[in-house]
Design a protein around this ligand. Sequence first.
Ligand code: 8DG
Ligand code: MG
Length: 148
Amino acid sequence: MENVSPSPVPKFGVAVFLLKDKTVLLGRRRSSIGHNTFALPGGHLEFGESFEECADREVEEATGLLIEKIKFLTVTNNVFYKEGKPVHAVIIFMLAAVSAHPQQLPQNIEPDKCDSWDWYDWNNLPQPLFGPLEKLVGAFDPFPSEKI
Ligand code: 8DG
Ligand code: MG
């Protein structure tokens, strides 16, 4: 059979700003894209999923946390290189809060993907941030003026 490689297509990612008071949940990535940078919980959109369902699933898979009040925030278009090959990712950023009951603490359920999950002060974020997140935070405040 002829060796035809499929044309690359953009992927869709969902990343979640999980907010608690003036802090946001971040973890240091172990994945090859953005290795050792701090990023939001998230992952790829699965076929047929809504953005809210993807946010809910990815946060629970990575941290065990149950979330609520999930809202669309913004979208960014990112083209970068992974091992010399271009990757095109459209990232849908969502906003959410940890469900109030029961008292929940983040667990590191995917230690191959992340060092640990911790709450960081929005005004004192850890460095370096994952590129697509860094691009966003300079120009953006995810905290709503009224409580979500
Ligand atoms: P999967 O199991 O769903 O395939 O993926 P994952 O291993 O959980 O995916 P990921 O690399 O954490 O994230 C999915 C895509 O979203 C990836 O192309 C990188 C991109 N992305 C950003 N910003 C952020 C962010 O702050 N956090 C996360 N997790 N991903 C982000 O552009
Ligand atoms: Mg993930």
